[in-house]
Design a protein around this ligand. Structure first.
Ligand SMILES: Cc1cc2nc3c(=O)[nH]c(=O)nc-3n(C[C@H](O)[C@H](O)[C@H](O)COP(=O)(O)O)c2cc1C
Length: 216
């Protein structure tokens, strides 16, 4: 089982490094949308953790995590696992891994390479962030929010991010993964590092990984 996971991780690394050069998307395996713990048990176990093992997540777990976070759950309408005001779907999930920074594309269920460097350390100001295998960065694209006022864009993008973050919390509780949503960020440095446009706003980040040995 462990050997299988290690093989998958190596394959993912090879795929990602070759794709980063060609800027080709990495197609994730189909998400496993059945199983998991019963909802009431996942709610009972939902918690914040700040201590992580550096062990990478297998590609299937990353696939399931991103689908749970904000994947498409109704293919006929393209609607998602989390609600969004006016169905703007304005929140993008950037995925910061040791192999680089990627943008999750829900329609293709794929990761688009954005940067080939490891920018995990820049995604937060807490010491565990740089070594945890996955840091998600929730970015609102204000250009998708129509003629809403700036105040409404700020409010709805923050609210919409909360639903996605809670999906991640519940998925992690179900899978025995550790997670923490984070607002303690240097947004201007991260914005510049991620080469975002002025109308893209970083809302929150969320770390995901296996719990450290001490917490297992
Ligand atoms: C919007 C928001 C921002 C947060 N920012 C941080 C953060 O930057 N760093 C951190 O360690 N925890 C952060 N947290 C996690 C909270 O500290 C945590 O949820 C709280 O202590 C309650 O613990 P629980 O999630 O285990 O119930 C944040 C939580 C929320 C909802």
């Amino acid at each position: 089982m462990k050997a299988g996971c290690a093989f998958l991780c190596v394959m993912f690394t090879v795929l990602v490094s070759s794709c980063s050069q060609a800027a080709e998307p990495v197609l994730l395996p189909e998400p496993e949308t059945d199983g998991g713990k019963p909802l009431m048990q996942a709610l009972s176990e939902r918690q914040t953790s700040r201590s992580y093992s550096p062990e990478a997540l297998p590609q299937q777990v990353l696939s399931n995590l991103l689908w749970a976070a904000f994947g498409i759950n109704r293919s006929e309408s393209g609607k998602r696992t989390a609600p969004s005001a006016l169905n703007w779907q304005e929140i993008d999930i950037y995925v910061s891994l040791a192999e680089g920074l990627f943008l999750y594309h829900a329609g293709e269920h794929a990761l688009y390479p954005v940067l080939s460097e490891d920018v995990r350390a820049v995604t937060g100001l807490q010491s565990f962030v740089k070594d945890a295998p996955v840091n998600l960065v929730f970015v609102a694209d204000y250009s998708r929010m129509g003629d809403a006022s700036e105040e409404d864009k700020d409010f709805y993008s923050a609210a919409d991010t909360g639903f996605i973050s809670q999906n991640v919390y519940l998925f992690c509780a179900s899978e025995g993964l550790a997670t923490v949503v984070r607002g303690y960020l240097d947004r201007s440095v991260l914005h510049e590092t991620m080469r975002l446009r002025p109308d893209q706003k970083i809302i929150l980040a969320q770390t995901v990984g296996y719990p450290s040995q001490a917490d297992r």
